[in-house]
Design a protein around this ligand. Structure first.
Ligand code: PGA
Length: 252
């Protein structure tokens, strides 16, 4: 049985003061929910205060990105060791990083390798753009992202590897994939490909999330699908009245 998993990706929102205030609103509701792994991914500047707010709870902190080198002359970057002081998870290859910051499957691969080296669990994001979807290329693109992103990686050395299927056209648009389509990509394409690369036993253990316009009103539909193990939530993770019910829905 794969334990349900819900991560909130705060993106570039919330100052430290705002992050603290949001945690005060979120914590009572989240702490009352059992049976789901919860991760909060604030911007770098709020990782420390959010980690402090979560101390003594089972809720984890994640980062939204990182560099692959341990240290060096990389102005503006944050290293895996810096993140590993506070975080258990790190989002890698989010489509916004691929679209706006030049990330490729190659840099994604370096980051996944670095995450493993420094004991972080990668939340590897894959997903097709609207034009790729309309051209019928979803399977091809997602498989290529997995093959190249995971090239040479020993998945068995990761405690909790997570994959997030996030169709780019569904992110922040209010236009979520249907739960059937998401389950098809996750089960028949992603889990099957993981089976090809790592063997079926491991593929059955890896938790695969859906992301893209998940809300309190549609979360239950996604979580009722057999291959969808949770969600990567963007906009709705900043709203307690959305995020808390989404996490609850993951328990079933
Ligand atoms: P969204 O974003 O929930 O706002 O669509 C999801 C994500 O980018 O991870």
């Amino acid at each position: 049985m794969r334990r349900p998993f819900v991560a909130g990706n705060w993106k570039m929102f919330k100052t430290v003061a705002e992050a603290r205030a949001l945690m005060v609103e979120l914590l009572p509701g989240l702490m009352a929910i059992q049976g789901v792994e919860i991760v909060v991914c604030p911007p770098f500047t709020s990782i420390l205060p959010v980690a402090a707010a979560l101390e003594g709870t089972s809720i984890c902190v994640g980062a939204q990105n990182m560099h692959w080198e341990e240290s060096g002359a990389y102005t503006g970057e944050i290293s895996p060791t810096m993140i590993a002081e506070f975080c258990k998870y790190v989002i890698i290859g989010h489509s916004e990083r691929r679209a706006y910051f030049g990330e490729t499957n190659l840099t994604v691969n370096r980051k996944v390798r670095a995450a493993i080296t420094y004991g972080l669990n990668p939340i590897l994001c894959v997903g097709e753009t609207l034009s790729e979807n309309e051209a019928g290329l979803t399977q091809e693109i997602v498989i290529q992202q997995l093959k190249e992103g995971l090239d040479g990686i020993d998945f068995t050395s990761i405690a909790s590897p997570i994959i997030a299927y996030e169709p780019v056209w569904a992110i922040g648009t209010g236009r979520a994939a249907t739960s059937e389509d998401a389950n098809h990509v996750i089960g028949d394409i992603i889990r099957r490909e993981l089976g090809q690369i790592f063997g079926d036993n491991l593929a059955q253990e890896v938790r695969i999330l859906y992301g893209g316009s998940v809300k309190a009103t549609n979360a239950g539909e996604f979580f009722s699908q057999v291959d969808i193990d949770g969600a990567l939530v963007g906009g709705a993770s900043l709203k307690p009245f959305e995020f808390i019910p989404i996490v609850k829905a993951a328990v079933g």
